[in-house]
Design a protein. Structure first.
Length: 189
């Protein structure tokens, strides 16, 4: 497989400088199709993390040892995508620091769609908050054993925080509102 060594992170403004300076840059967005459809960095190619087959991507990539710049919403999914590429033998990935969120906060141009969807981590927070509050009300009003709901959601958050892996985020990413028919058909424009 391909091997290369390069820097491992880049700030949005520095990457924008490369893009506007005439450099050919391979930019990979690993968010959900709905997140991508709502807003994305111009020129970014969509391959959702749960669909990313690093070995197949590299085979079709044809970029040799040129770096692949990877972004998501904030950085966690992009980091996992980089790990997939490393396991496939490619060490030339560059994490876009802060992801699409940092890109927008820097005031850099984005492509916006008409469809609005909440970022995946915000969906996780809403879901965990709902189940935690519901569990508390049920434990106080009906039976103390409903406190198990809060214990489960708290443990899930603890595991996600310690490992960077959030099972709930993976489940939510597969929900219909996080899918976009145009993106699923293979269009990454």
């Amino acid at each position: 497989m391909m091997k290369t060594q390069s820097q491992t992170t880049i700030g949005p403004r520095e990457l924008y400088g490369l893009l506007t300076g005439g450099h050919r840059v391979s930019l990979l967005d690993v968010r959900t199709p709905a997140e991508y459809a709502a807003v994305h960095v111009p020129g970014a190619r969509l391959v959702p993390l749960d669909k990313l087959d690093a070995a197949a991507f590299l085979k079709a990539y044809g970029g040799g040892d040129k770096p692949i710049y990877i972004l998501c919403q904030g950085g966690a999914r992009a980091q996992r995508a980089m790990e997939k590429f490393q396991r496939a033998g490619f060490h030339g990935c560059v994490l876009v620091e802060g992801g699409t969120q940092a890109w927008m906060e820097a005031g850099l141009p984005v492509n916006r769609g008409e469809r609005k969807v909440l970022p995946l981590m915000q969906q996780v927070q809403i879901t965990v908050g709902f189940f935690s509050a519901t569990g508390a009300v049920l434990a106080l009003a009906l039976n103390k054993w409903f406190a198990v709901i809060q214990l489960a959601t708290g443990c899930g958050l603890l595991v996600a925080g310690l490992t960077g892996f959030c099972g709930l985020a993976m489940v939510l990413a597969k929900m219909p509102w996080n899918r976009d028919a145009k993106a699923q058909s293979g269009c990454t424009c």
